[in-house]
Write a protein that binds this ligand. Structure first.
Ligand SMILES: *Cc1c(COP(=O)(O)O)cnc(C)c1O
Length: 396
């Protein structure tokens, strides 16, 4: 079994490219060009030089001693929170901006929910002196003013979207609409392993630097280059895809994905797409989708803005369907507790998204000799308001 994308753009029965006719040539161009460009030696050199000197890679693989003692396993944390801009998303935006430049594009568009991908995109556009337009739902703009200000300071135009619930799904629709109007000069930087083929594969490849480094670092620190468990949170699936990538077909390694259960998978306030979704098409890809019985996409909920996406990357839909990955649904409460635990035991304040992965230690049993690598996808600065409210509630 090969868990990577096949020649037709599918992972098992998931994936493909379901796009409007007007974008066909664009997506086809991208599909035909991306491997040749990104496999090219001079591209790889430029990409890796920026990852080293600009992003600060390799990110450390940190042995978490106190966490290991508590949970009875050898726990390592892959520190994507230490990257420039505070999360793994920059790995992908650096890759895509270099690709866009080599394809002769002059204009960059992106969608953003919480604003993290928007900031990562605005950052690389400033770096490369490219025009940048970020679509963002009006509701999200009101909730995430710091990220909006950052994008504007970086020189991006933030376009408020007022259709639908005015959140991520609506911003994505607007970005696609823009792309349809400017197919020749515009590259659309998608922020996760979602969207039409080749995006899921392309983003997974850019993020695969995470598992490439884990391999090397584990060999040095643990004397073997593979762990028993890899653990990551999944929104669209990019940090998990990067964490799993070089181990996808290595069955010695168990893969665990944590999705956001919100208030619980038995409530209507959840974002656990793999648990609750049914097959459908979203943003150009056939995958699992949270939807009503008659196929309307439902608004997801999670305390974590980066995980409340009503779809899931096709790679992960397939890993779950094949039972290659175990998928756990983690509630707001469990994630918040895990965030405070990591903070108090290791002195690391994680992003709320990453805290969903951390909660896995409380949900599964490990053996003392097990080596578990967990990706801390981002840092918690952006979630301090939520943490402060929770902390005050705990004290009361
Ligand atoms: C955006 C984000 C996620 C979720 O996106 P994936 O594509 O599933 O990785 C997770 N963690 C952080 C810190 C994020 O910013």
């Amino acid at each position: 079994m090969d868990y990577n994308v096949d020649k037709t753009g599918y992972y098992g029965e998931f994936g493909g490219a379901y796009i409007p006719e007007i974008l066909y040539a664009n997506v086809e161009n991208l599909k035909n060009a991306y491997r040749e460009i990104t496999d090219d030696e001079s591209f790889r050199k430029e990409f890796h030089a920026l990852l080293r000197d600009y992003v600060g890679r390799p990110s450390p693989l940190y042995f978490a001693r106190r966490l290991s003692e508590k949970y009875g396993a050898r726990i390592y944390l892959k520190r994507e929170d230490l990257n420039h801009t505070g999360a793994h998303k920059i790995n992908n935006t650096i890759g895509q901006i270099l690709l866009a430049r080599r394809m002769g594009k002059t204009r960059i568009i992106a969608e953003t929910g919480a604003g993290q991908h928007g900031v990562a995109t605005a950052t690389v556009c400033a770096l490369m002196n490219m025009e940048c337009i970020v679509y963002m739902g009006k509701t999200d703009i009101a909730r995430q003013s710091l990220n909006v200000r950052k994008m504007e300071m970086l020189g991006a135009a933030v376009r408020p979207v007022t259709s639908g619930n005015m959140t991520l799904k609506d911003a994505t629709n607007e970005a696609i609409r823009d792309w349809c109007c400017h197919p020749a000069d515009t590259h659309y930087i998608i922020g996760s392993t979602v969207g039409p083929h080749p995006y899921p594969d392309m983003v997974a490849r850019f993020q695969s630097v995470i598992s490439e480094e884990i391999k090397k670092q584990l060999a040095e620190q643990e004397g073997r280059d593979y762990p028993d468990y890899l653990i990551a949170c999944v929104g669209g699936g990019s940090n998990a895809a990067g964490t799993f990538y070089h181990y996808l077909n290595d069955e010695r390694v168990k893969l665990i994905a944590a999705e956001a259960a919100g208030l619980g998978i038995d409530t209507d306030q959840s974002a656990a797409t793999i648990h609750l979704g049914r097959k459908g098409i979203i943003h150009g890809s056939r995958t699992l989708v949270m939807q009503t019985p008659d196929g309307q996409i439902t608004e997801p909920y999670s305390v974590s803005a980066g995980l409340d996406y009503p779809g899931i990357g096709p790679l992960h839909a397939n890993l779950a369907a094949q039972r290659r990955a175990e998928v756990l649904a983690v509630t707001d409460e469990q994630a918040l507790q895990a965030a405070f635990e990591l903070t108090m035991m290791e002195g690391i304040i994680p992003a709320l998204e990453s805290a969903h992965a951390l909660a896995v230690f409380g949900l599964k049993r490990f053996r003392p000799e097990d080596v578990a690598v967990l990706t801390v996808s981002g840092r918690g600065d952006k979630d301090m308001d939520t943490y402060i409210r929770y902390f005050d509630r705990m004290k009361a």
